[in-house]
Design a protein around this ligand. Structure first.
Ligand code: 13P
Ligand code: ZN
Length: 270
């Protein structure tokens, strides 16, 4: 049998197989053209002794910034230029497990193959570093390219703070219930850059989902299925809005009064 860390049943294998499941959904949704999108998962709490004992498959690779909370942390990362539709079938051929070294500013690839991590590794690891720093239980970071939500970012009016949050919440009650912290906005920045990372971080105090202007969205959650569900729910709301517009009318939306009633009934944050 081919040597793979997925051969033995473990929580680590379960987490990676969840990534593969979500990668399939992203492809089916039409959000993952070619290599579009990326996923990273913090596996440190579920890393097995076997994985800890593996020798590095790469030289140390610099991250490009020091991330002091990530010392000796393990992550599964989608590979750069790898396709979600391929990752869905063979996650360890289209992604890899990395370990952040003691200097907190470089990492090595440890399993299964030396697959180079996503070009968005700086934003992803910066987000994990931020989450650990604030004691969050979130371990999953998803970046994807949903057609409807990205289209909306081409209208500057929708980039005003909380404009999209209230619009999308008002399309269907589920959106407020399942994305109770709304949608933050990261103005356009070069993909993979430290600048993009910092624009996302400045939104995460307030939001679990951040839309990247003219590019995609990023969601953080305890696990990758929760992250996917939030983006899926927001995308459904965007589709309801766009469908109403294409039928020739402005959708009325659930009133603020009715939304406040729901917020109180379900004990949602303000
Ligand atoms: P990677 O193939 O390097 O993960 O890049 C995909 C992407 O969506 C960049 O924003
Ligand atoms: Zn992207």
């Amino acid at each position: 049998m081919i040597q793979s860390i997925l051969n033995e049943k473990s929580l680590l294998a379960d987490r990676i197989l969840e990534v593969a499941e979500v990668a399939g959904y992203l492809w089916q949704k039409g959000w993952a053209e070619r290599n579009g999108g990326n996923i990273t998962i913090n596996l440190t709490e579920v890393v097995t002794d076997k994985v800890r004992s593996l020798s590095p498959l790469s030289e140390p690779i610099p991250i490009g910034r020091e991330l002091s909370n990530l010392k000796d942390c393990y992550f599964y990362c989608k590979g750069t230029n790898k396709r979600m539709r391929d990752l869905a079938r063979r996650p360890m051929d289209h992604g890899a497990v990395i370990r952040v070294l003691d200097d907190c500013s470089s990492y090595v690839i440890v399993a299964d193959n030396p697959v180079q991590p996503t070009s968005e590794i700086v934003p992803h690891l910066s987000i994990h570093n931020y989450l650990l720093g604030k004691g969050s239980s979130y371990r999953a970071v998803l970046h994807t390219h949903p057609i409807d939500l990205v289209a909306m970012t081409h209208n500057p009016a929708f980039l005003e703070k909380d404009r999209l949050t209230y619009l999308l919440w008002s399309m269907i009650p589920e959106t407020r219930a399942f994305c109770p912290r709304g949608l933050g906005i990261a103005p356009y920045a070069l993909p993979g850059s430290v600048e993009l990372a910092d624009k996302i971080l400045s939104e995460l105090d307030e939001y679990d989902v951040v839309i990247w202007e003219k590019h995609g969205v990023c969601a953080v959650a305890e696990n990758i299925l929760e992250a996917f569900d939030m983006v899926d729910t927001l995308s459904k709301s965007a589709q309801i809005y766009l469908t109403a517009k294409s039928m020739g009318f402005e959708p009325e939306g659930i009133s603020m009064e009715k939304m406040d009633e729901m917020r109180e009934a379900f004990h949602l944050p303000k």
